[in-house]
Design a protein around this ligand. Structure first.
Ligand code: PSV
Ligand code: MN
Length: 396
């Protein structure tokens, strides 16, 4: 590999981090059931310990996104204790995700519910989450809402939009100078007729209505088939409204499959739009990269290591696009050569450079193999197996 290419890859890797979700380490399933793993994390401490392993072997996942109800249960550890536990395991707490969808009170929605007490409960929980974020030193409060309706005529769509504007504005007022609100959109599920924040345009308008520290979060699984996600990314960048990502891959809907397992070229194109923007503007916008996957069948820690390595590879490939050449070819309407700028960068095998980068950073060249050899998973299965067995009726 030419020295210049290697240098570009190293620079890209030096500046690349991706956050991992605490919920990726616990037992999760589909709505038809769970297949329990003996080594799955059963407590917040265990999730952070597993996340620490991912960072230890990859060197690119120093922060962990947490879900408030799942990671700070009532009567459980305080925000400070959770932050200290993260520290013990070599990671930091990242985005705080409020949960305004699980409690019974949210049957008709949260910030847009027709019930004032549900709206109040949702806002209070979001405000509590902002306080938690202050204690854990987290910049981002990441909001996803299930609000919507299942049948035509059953909800006042315009009124609900107004309620969202009000609620988000009230939340925004509580942010410190260094905090941000990220507004995530999703077209359907669990609501199947209308979802209040269904696409990036709705998220953009609501974020603008909330205030200057609110940005849009793009979850790659939250789009209709064939939607051009990199175009959405380019537009959000141009509007200074791209706050971050939830990365995962999909074949049908919000499948939460491993990043790049179905369409790695799409992830490359997303990274390319960001890096092309940076090259043109000489500006690096604060875009949070986060994984949003929780695996039912694959071993969870290994899967997260696999995902992080894939993200590094695709980011490094995108960094290899020759931007000056691309700009020239686009200007000259040289369609074939412009497209080749992307294709040839995507075709480069960056893995040898990635291995070398790891070696110089004192990281294992083959993180998956090294993790497997460490015996961590077997130990975790021994320690947690009994508790996981208790979590389901039948267990093999
Ligand atoms: C919803 O599908 C979502 O993408 C939201 O980001 C949630 O916080 C996350 O998955 C976990 O359920
Ligand atoms: Mn998500």
């Amino acid at each position: 590999m030419p020295v210049k290419q290697e240098e570009i890859i190293w620079n890209a890797l030096d500046g690349f981090e991706i956050e991992i979700p605490s919920w990726g380490f616990a037992n999760t399933g589909t709505r038809f059931g769970k297949f329990v793993q003996p080594a799955a994390a059963t407590t917040t401490e265990e999730k952070l310990s597993d996340a620490g392993q991912v960072h230890r072997f990859t060197g690119c996942c120093p922060t962990v996104a947490v879900h408030v109800l799942w990671d700070f249960p009532d009567g459980g550890a305080s925000a400070r204790e959770v932050a200290e536990a993260a520290d013990r395991h070599g990671v930091r707490i990242g985005a705080i995700n409020p949960n305004v969808f699980q409690d019974q009170i949210y049957r008709y929605g949260s910030l847009a519910s027709p019930l004032p007490e549900a709206r109040r409960a949702a806002l209070d929980h979001i405000l509590d989450s902002i306080e938690i974020a202050k204690q854990t030193g987290s910049r981002d409060i990441s909001l996803w809402f299930t609000d919507g309706s299942n049948y035509p005529g059953t909800a006042n769509i315009r009124r609900r939009k107004g309620l969202f504007e009000e609620g988000l504005r009230a939340a925004h007022e509580r942010l410190s100078d260094s905090q941000r609100l990220l507004v995530e959109y999703k077209p359907f599920e669990p609501a199947f007729y209308h979802t209040d924040i269904a696409d990036w345009g709705m998220a953009l308008l609501l974020a603008r209505a909330a205030g200057p520290k609110a940005k849009v979060l793009v979850d790659t699984g939250h789009h209709y088939q064939a939607q051009n996600i990199e175009q959405i990314v380019a537009w959000l960048l141009a509007e200074d409204m791209l706050g971050g990502f939830h990365f995962n891959d999909r074949r049908y809907a919000d499948d939460d499959l491993t990043l790049g397992s179905i369409d790695p070229y799409q992830v490359f194109r997303i990274f390319h739009e960001i890096l092309f923007f940076q090259w043109e503007t000489r500006r690096r916008p604060p875009v949070a990269y986060t994984i949003d996957q929780s695996h039912n069948l694959k071993p969870k820690i290994e899967e997260m290591i696999q995902t992080a390595a894939t993200a590094q590879e695709l980011f490094a490939k995108a960094a290899l696009v020759d931007h000056a050449e691309l700009a020239r070819r686009q200007e000259a309407r040289d369609l074939i050569e412009a497209e080749e700028c992307l294709k040839s960068a995507f075709a480069v095998d960056v893995r040898p450079a990635l291995r070398l980068w790891r070696r110089t950073k004192g990281l294992p060249e083959e993180p998956l193999a090294e993790f497997r050899a460490s015996g961590y998973l077997e130990r975790a299965a021994r320690e947690r197996g009994e508790r996981n067995r208790g979590a389901v009726a039948s267990y093999a």
